[in-house]
Ligand binder design. Structure first.
Ligand code: BGC
Length: 584
């Protein structure tokens, strides 16, 4: 009997091991194999992306309200060179031009975001709906559809209405959930007959950590070790509420999908044979992507976050964990609220275990007990955080597959930058980056990951948040010094176009040919840009020469005119006194 009992316990154990093995990511299996020639599944969707604040400009036009980014960038010292998105690429006025660029690429989809304060100036529906803002997005959507380009629409790419920040403290306040739901509901009502792919939030990790922990992003708060967890908590609830709103009120009529776009760098253990490093790397990913994905797919925060933040909070003398908790009702309400998962991915880090004593004080970064490292051999064309490590992409996609039940994935951001001062349109490094990253995505699909589409980031060079215009992510170069903000194709336009038309990489010979052709065509664009820049420089020099002249003239009118007047009055007074005396 006892024997039987032991046997059945063993059976259960084996079964549990098998089940969990099916879900486990294999850290030791990292085939970095050679380039894979082949094509993507039929119907794979190719696109490019952008976001409202980064490209639209027209920050105070046609009844738009202010967003936290308008206010943040207008404060000194928040953004490199105090740059703002006030006019940016003037995308608001260039819808037709930009759609022509999308057509040129022969894309299947275009990912853009709606500016909440452009259509609801205070963020509150009952205050006012701005019909001019609605019309702008109506026209954009209609034009896309006329050109057979599917819109993928993000509801929140970081530009919270300033009124909600001032009145309630933004994402530190529970009331954001209902305001966001009202806004999303209006978008479903007004655009949902034509938009079938909705993304609630873009990269909530950045909203939480950079907005409420480091303060590098709007609203610039530094509520270390608590602010980001609270913000994330309300964002997750807001996402779930919007998904349910769509599910209950719109899905049957509109037949669309609602997802979220999560960013995640890959974290690779420094020493793959060290269990501590493997655990540290997994913690890195759980604190990044898992923070949002685990509640949405599995119903609660990752266990490792609960353990680490809970323990540190207790050591810091707090009665409860700095990581908020979901009630069991909330857990089941949140679980499964994702029709597709958007993945934004740019780079990779090596991770090793590192202890931070709780006495360091509360902080998201020290809660994780790890250190991030990079390999100095990794290429890093511009952004100091962005190293090109293509194999990390395949690893991340496989991790998502194993952890969240192989969800439907759309890659919503992937790309690389160069420096602002770089006027080289033959962007070899970007072609290389796209070629290798897209190839790793193809390998991931062969591994069984369910990727349905890819969005190159980004269509244009644009405002890069606290980095201002210092980093250029565009397939198209934008000449920001020229007030018309002309766009010029970089070589990667031609290259990406070929990948799209071949739906992958049919053969080595062809891929090499694409590269050669792209370089050939970009040299003529280079000449065009150089000529245009000479003209702009000449115009700027003229303005500079002219400027001191006008300011001098202003000085003359400001100083000389009043002085002469005063002298005249004085002289007349003296003359009058002299006359009067003589008269007496
Ligand atoms: C953001 C984009 C930004 C990119 C590069 C992403 O996390 O969502 O808006 O352009 O990072 O800085």
């Amino acid at each position: 009997m006892l024997q039987l009992h032991v046997l059945s316990v063993c059976h259960v154990l084996v079964l549990v091991l098998c089940l969990s093995a099916a879900e486990d990511f294999d850290w030791t299996k990292n085939h970095r194999g050679s380039f894979y020639y082949g094509t993507f599944p039929t119907g794979f969707s190719w696109g490019v992306g952008s976001s409202a604040y980064q490209t639209e400009g027209a920050w105070d036009k046609d009844g738009k309200g202010m967003s936290i980014w308008d206010v943040f960038t207008h404060k000194k010292g928040k953004v490199i060179y105090n740059e703002t998105g006030d006019s940016s690429c003037e995308g608001y006025y260039k819808v037709k031009d930009d759609i022509a660029l999308l057509k040129e690429l022969k894309l299947n989809h275009y990912r853009f975001s709606i500016s909440w304060p452009r259509i609801m100036p205070t963020g509150i529906k009952s205050d006012h709906v701005n019909e001019k803002g609605i019309k702008y997005y109506d026209d954009l959507i209609n034009l896309l559809l006329e050109n057979k380009i599917t819109p993928i629409v993000t509801l929140y790419h970081w530009d919270l209405p300033q009124v909600l920040q001032e009145r309630y403290g933004g994402w530190q306040n529970l009331s954001m959930i209902n305001y966001f739901n009202d806004y999303a509901n209006l978008c479903f009502e007004r655009f949902g007959n034509r938009v079938k792919y909705w993304i609630t939030f873009n990269n909530p990790w950045s909203i939480a950590v950079e907005g409420y922990e480091t303060g590098e992003h709007a609203p610039g708060m530094k509520l270390r070790g608590s602010g980001p967890y609270k913000a994330a908590h309300y964002i997750i609830k807001a996402h779930a509420k919007v998904w349910h709103t769509y599910d209950n009120q719109w899905r049957s009529k509109q037949k669309g999908m609602v997802g979220i776009s999560l960013n995640g760098d890959w974290g690779e253990p420094v020493d793959i044979t060290s269990q501590k490093d493997i655990e540290a790397a997994e913690r890195y990913i759980q604190f990044y992507l898992g923070w949002f994905a685990t509640p949405i797919f599995n119903g609660d925060y990752p266990q490792v976050m609960k353990d680490y933040i809970g323990r540190k909070s207790a050591q810091q003398g707090l009665g409860t964990s700095r990581l908020p908790t979901f009630s069991s009702q909330e857990k089941s309400y949140i679980k499964g609220t994702c029709d597709f998962l958007g993945i934004g991915h740019f780079t990779t880090r090596y991770i090793t275990q590192k202890n931070f004593p709780a006495s360091h004080g509360p902080s998201y970064f020290t809660d994780r007990d790890l250190a991030e490292l990079v390999d100095p051999r990794w290429p890093d064309p511009s952004s100091e955080w962005l190293y090109s490590v293509p194999w990390g992409f395949r690893r991340l996609l496989n991790f998502v597959k194993t952890q969240y039940g192989n969800p439907m994935i759309y890659v919503t951001e992937n790309g690389v930058s160069e420096k602002m001062t770089c006027t080289e349109l033959c962007d070899d490094w970007r072609m290389q980056y796209f070629k290798e990253y897209i190839n790793e995505m193809l390998k991931a699909i062969k591994d069984g990951v369910n990727v349905k589409g890819y969005t190159a980031w980004s269509l244009l060079d644009k405002f890069e948040w606290d980095e201002g215009y210092s980093e250029r992510f565009g397939l198209y170069y934008v000449d920001f010094r020229n007030k018309n903000k002309p766009r010029y194709p970089k070589a990667s336009v031609q290259y990406y176009k070929r990948i799209i038309s071949s739906n992958g990489f049919p053969s080595q010979k062809e891929a090499e040919n694409w590269h050669r052709k792209a370089i050939e065509t970009c040299s003529s664009s280079n000449q065009l840009l150089a000529a245009e820049q000479q003209r702009t420089t000449a115009a700027n020099i003229l303005r500079l020469i002219h400027d001191p002249l006008t300011s001098h003239m202003e000085m003359v009118t400001e100083i000389v005119v009043p002085t002469v007047c005063t002298l005249c009055i004085l002289l007349s007074a003296i003359f009058l006194m002299f006359l009067l005396r003589r008269h007496n």
